[in-house]
Design a protein around this ligand. Structure first.
Ligand SMILES: NC(=O)c1ccc[n+]([C@@H]2O[C@H](COP(=O)([O-])OP(=O)(O)OC[C@H]3O[C@@H](n4cnc5c(N)ncnc54)[C@H](O)[C@@H]3O)[C@@H](O)[C@H]2O)c1
Length: 396
């Protein structure tokens, strides 16, 4: 069986799919990005990034102009590629339940375009069992395609280095599927870790949950120290200085974004909602804006103040506002403060104003995302920096 393209990425216009497609194209593979988002597809085909990703703009433009990379909204484009990688979004619902059928449904919709001899690689972060469920769906449709689960572990903003530097977990259902998936990802990295699909599904959830727990620990420590009138930045310095065993204790900050929280909830659902540690982490991290506002209420007469939030992305240097806790902070302050205005140099959003407008009107500034330009921002107003990026401590 010969195929006209090497790879098609389903969800290829997304934060994970697009950098992955660019990376394969950089290594000489022919890549189609299939996505239902027509605006994104149009932008990519014009050689433009639909969102910020460091180091991706140039190789994207180059790959599009050479024809190695193209995007399409046509599901039929899936039939022409040897490897079909599925990396659609896998959110939890309003009740924090994962939808185990998102990936099987996406595959089912493409059933008529799947071709014998293709390798189907699942790459979304999924509730354990979704690979098996997808295989069941394929079997019920009478489709014979090999399946592997190969989770994505990059952090947004670092994809163009991490896709080549991080080991790739490869989990084929059969030895043949593992070999094919390994061959594919060896175009990007020499480091491959082989496990079973179920082990890989859990490995990915544990990876994100571990990070979420660490942030929650730092945030709880910060609140404890803060309530005792102590600067956690100094306490942390004492803990970590020349003490490698504690070197990974983070600074406090909003632990948010589209992955860590929802993947911790996916893991909780997998464990029949019996995950005290994960749920506690959720309460701590999601409660941080509430704690911050209650501390500020003690220090300031918020009701008479115009408050400015600087930085609305979910993390520093990012333009991604998905699940950003800076917006939860904004919502709380809309009730508690006289007014609240928000700015972010990287984010385009109708709810935001310019930094100049924020600085003009605010009596108090809060850093909502630790963007580098805020490190030495000079302002007349007090600046609340729970992240400690200004080196002035984190006592609030
Ligand atoms: N964002 C990250 O940093 C990151 C890192 C590792 C893993 N992940 C995981 O990767 C997956 C994708 O995350 P993302 O941040 O790229 O999401 P995203 O929303 O940016 O991208 C998903 C893309 O899939 C498209 N899509 C949705 N349904 C489709 C369908 N049926 N057919 C074709 N296209 C479809 C959407 O239009 C979108 O462009 C999730 O499971 C996420 O947990 C994300």
């Amino acid at each position: 069986m010969t195929f006209e393209r090497d790879v098609v990425i389903v969800g290829g216009g997304g934060r994970v799919g697009l950098p992955l497609g660019i990376a394969f194209a950089m290594r000489g593979l022919s890549v189609t990005l299939y996505d239902i988002n027509a605006a994104v597809v149009e932008k990519v085909n014009a050689g433009q990034l639909p969102f910020a990703e460091a180091g991706a703009a140039e190789p994207l433009a180059e790959a599009v102009s050479s024809g190695r990379l193209r995007a399409s909204t046509d599901p039929a484009s899936v039939s022409g590629a040897e490897n079909v990688i599925v990396v659609v979004g896998t959110p939890v619902d309003d009740h924090l339940n994962p939808d185990l059928h998102v990936v099987p449904r996406a595959v089912e919709k493409l059933a008529q375009f799947l071709t014998p001899g293709q390798l189907l690689v699942l790459r979304s972060t999924v509730h354990p069992g979704v690979t098996a469920l997808t295989e069941k769906t394929l079997a019920q449709l009478g489709l014979v395609v090999e399946v592997a689960f190969c989770p994505e572990r990059i952090a947004e903003g670092h994809a163009m280095t991490e896709l080549f530097d991080l080991p790739q977990i490869v989990a084929g259902r059969t030895e043949g599927a593992s070999e094919r998936a390994e061959k594919l990802f060896r175009h990007l990295t020499n480091q491959v870790v082989r496990v079973s699909p179920e082990e890989a599904e859990l490995a990915k959830l544990f990876t994100n949950t571990w990070r979420y727990l660490k942030f929650a620990t730092a945030n709880q420590f910060w609140m404890m120290a803060n309530d005792a009138g102590l600067d956690f930045a100094r306490v942390r310095m004492a803990i970590t200085q020349d003490y490698p065993r504690a070197a990974d204790l983070p600074m406090p900050g909003f632990a948010a974004g589209p992955c860590l929280f929802k993947d911790t909830m996916q893991l909780a659902a997998f464990n029949k909602n019996n995950f005290v540690l994960g749920h506690s982490a959720m309460l701590i991290n999601e409660g941080l804006p509430l704690y911050l506002v209650s501390r500020l209420e003690q220090r300031f007469d918020l009701a008479s103040m115009n408050v400015g939030i600087l930085g609305m992305a979910f993390k520093g240097g990012s333009d991604d506002i998905r699940e950003s806790l800076a917006f939860k902070l904004r919502k709380l302050l809309q009730v508690k403060a006289h007014s609240v205005r928000c700015a972010d140099p990287y984010v385009t959003d109708p709810r935001l104003v310019t930094q100049e407008e924020v600085l003009e009107s605010a009596d108090l500034l809060i850093i909502g995302a630790p963007h580098k330009p805020y490190r030495d921002l000079v302002a007349e107003q007090p600046i609340v920096d729970m992240w400690g990026i200004r080196g002035e401590g984190v006592l609030v």
